[in-house]
Design a protein around this ligand. Structure first.
Ligand code: F6R
Length: 361
């Protein structure tokens, strides 16, 4: 049942305010400015002993893990990174007892992720799951974790589950942070930011008509570049993947800082760039990247908190806490991919060559 929407993807994009509300519900503890995660199965002493966090997932879940790693580093001050589970399992990784491993999966059935979890467990590692489907193979195989509560996702490409997974990581990062060195004041600041998300997502969804007009313009492109810096880079990766998957337009994502090390050679009027430009400590650096692109007559679509002078178009999103901005900046780009694919007449819910859950190697 699409509930009045033309596609599941559109329905699932629209459900995000409620979905985010659901992942937060019952978990926030205002008394100590922290969160309770019932199924985590990691006590405070164990949480203090973690030296590193390694997040493993595939596709969109890997991208959610990249944002999650950034949240864990900044809120809990634990070195963290995310890697495609498939790469991890084929490189005979060093398994370290002081590392917390986290498997991320919407379906909970992705074979490469499951195989990585099994290999880690065989070697004695502690593995948690950040999973959407309750009771799925990865949920059962992990030692504990955080359910994402996005609800069923039918469209082959992931949208609401991506957003909810990142919010679940924000909760986990806040939880680990408050056990370690995150202050009560910072805990409170993040909690207030989290509570603002559902209304801010609704605000972004209301700009759909505007994004649809932009999509009609960008649908003519043969290829697109997506750039972001630090927190913005995983947003660029995910937006680029979404566009590729459903519109079949070639797209690449680069850290904004890497442009000058190669891809700047591609910039010309026929290759538009989508730039993630939050109002944070990196704003001036990001603006410099826009200038480099403009100097090569590249067309720019910025996703930003204020109008960007060098951009041809700016999609404005509401500001949250710097750490939580990536959650909001991804949402207009889901709509951009959606309307681009729609303008090109693509089969949005079932893109060619793709399956919802990849249970083969
Ligand atoms: C992208 C997409 C895929 C999945 C990937 C992992 O829109 O849907 O990239 O994210 O196949 O799937 P899960 O999260 O079910 O493990």
């Amino acid at each position: 049942d699409m509930g009045g929407h033309d596609t599941y993807m559109h329905k699932e994009i629209s459900e995000q305010p409620d979905a985010v509300d659901r992942v937060l519900r019952g978990r926030i503890d205002d008394r100590f400015s922290t969160v309770h995660l019932g199924g985590l199965n990691l006590d405070a002493r164990e949480a203090r002993g973690i030296r590193r966090v390694k997040i493993l997932g595939c596709g969109t879940s890997y991208h959610a893990g990249l944002i999650g790693a950034g949240l864990i580093e900044s809120l809990a001050r634990i070195p963290a990174d995310s890697e495609p589970a498939s790469e991890f399992r084929y490189r005979n990784p060093v398994v370290d007892p002081d590392t917390l491993y986290i498997a991320v999966s919407q379906s909970g059935e992705t074979y490469d992720v499951l195989a990585a979890v099994q290999e880690l467990k065989r070697k004695g590692a502690r593995v948690l799951g950040v999973v959407n489907v309750v009771g799925s193979a990865i949920a059962r195989e992990t030692d504990g974790g955080v359910y994402v509560h996005a609800g069923p996702e039918v469209c082959v490409v992931s949208t609401k589950c991506f957003t909810n997974t990142v919010v679940a990581f924000a909760l986990l990062a806040l939880h680990l942070g408050r056990i370690r060195d995150l202050s009560v004041a910072d805990g409170k600041r993040i909690i207030e930011g989290l509570r603002k998300l559902p209304a801010q997502i609704s605000e972004i969804l209301e700009t759909e008509d505007e994004i649809k007009k932009l999509a009609a313009e960008y649908a003519e492109a043969k290829s697109m570049m997506f750039i972001g810096r630090v927190r913005g880079y995983p947003v660029a990766l995910e937006a680029s993947l979404k566009l590729k998957e459903i519109s079949y337009i070639h797209a690449e994502a680069y850290p904004a800082s890497e442009l000058k090390h190669g891809p700047l050679a591609l910039i010309e009027p026929a290759l538009p760039t989508v730039a993630i430009v939050p109002n944070d400590e990196l704003l001036e650096k990001n603006r410099a990247a826009l200038e480099e692109i403009k100097a090569r007559s590249g067309k720019i679509l910025a996703v930003a908190h204020q109008e960007q002078e060098k951009a041809d178009h700016t999609i404005l999103v509401p500001k949250n806490e710097d750490e939580l901005d990536p959650i909001l900046m991804g949402i207009p780009l889901q709509l951009l991919a959606y309307h681009t694919a729609l303008a090109l007449g693509r089969d949005i819910d079932k893109p060619r060559n793709l399956a919802k859950s990849v249970t083969v190697e």
